[in-house]
Design a protein around this ligand. Sequence first.
Ligand SMILES: NC(=O)c1ccc[n+]([C@@H]2O[C@H](COP(=O)([O-])OP(=O)(O)OC[C@H]3O[C@@H](n4cnc5c(N)ncnc54)[C@H](OP(=O)(O)O)[C@@H]3O)[C@@H](O)[C@H]2O)c1
Length: 283
Amino acid sequence: MTILVVGATGLLGSSICRRLAERGSAVRALVRSNSPNESRLASVQAEIVTGDLKDGPSLLAACRGCSAVITTANTLISARRGDSFHTVEAGGQAALLRAAEGAGVRRFIYVSLSPGLPSDSPFVRAKREFEARVRRSRLAWTILQPTSFMETAFSPAAGWDLERGRVAVIKPGTAPVSYISLEDVAGFAVGVLESAAAAERFLPLGGPEALSPLQAVRIFEDVMPAHRALRASLAAPRLDGCPAAVQFALRLPRRPGRGRLTWRRHSDAGNTGVVPGAADLSA
Ligand SMILES: NC(=O)c1ccc[n+]([C@@H]2O[C@H](COP(=O)([O-])OP(=O)(O)OC[C@H]3O[C@@H](n4cnc5c(N)ncnc54)[C@H](OP(=O)(O)O)[C@@H]3O)[C@@H](O)[C@H]2O)c1
């Protein structure tokens, strides 16, 4: 039977599509018209259907004939006109769930957020609202609650410009986070599909070690002079069909003789104001 992936052009969704296709599943990828990232699916064996979480009929058509739906869609960085936490994260996802129920889908996997996040953020509130809706569903549901993805947390978009040896950290930069690789999260999203033990469960996912952003800066500094690959072992709770640990490698740029990142702290009060920090973390 076919598995529908919503959010298929996203970082996580495209990885899920690739994994499903590689294991021989029939994959249907819901893609918005003019998605800037449809090329992520170019080499993936998937049926592409056009749709939008704000377009109910497109969701019903996409769900027909599917045994499972995995949704990773979110509007945080890909919002278009009419997209909001209310219309997409809560309302749009609820429309998808209704469509899945109406089309006779059996399994529903929702990738949400870590349970540790503050509930006063509208984004988090919208996610929790939809979690509550999923919980009331008669489908066999699973809600994955990953911590921050290291691929996005340590990316130029988040202020980690390793190419130039510069990092921006949200002040004070000392809060520990169990960063996880999105590839591990994708492994879980696929792994739980056939797991009866994972049905009707919230599954918080995180890496084995909680590190603060400043500790992560130190690690990058340590590995940069030797131009070695940084390897991290990412363990997560074991479920049927899921990897217990996955290795990933991040190639750092060649910068002979450079072992220090120039860094600065942004205030976490709305991320405004730049406060210069001590340049030498090894002291
Ligand atoms: N990134 C992290 O560090 C992190 C950490 C914890 C949890 N999560 C959660 O993990 C999930 C996946 O995150 P990600 O980083 O892979 O997201 P992403 O790369 O930003 O992908 C978002 C996807 O949602 C699609 N989308 C947005 N609005 C839509 C709409 N109205 N209708 C249909 N599709 C729509 C986008 O399509 P287009 O290509 O058309 O824009 C894209 O495919 C999210 O639920 C996120 O909250 C992320």
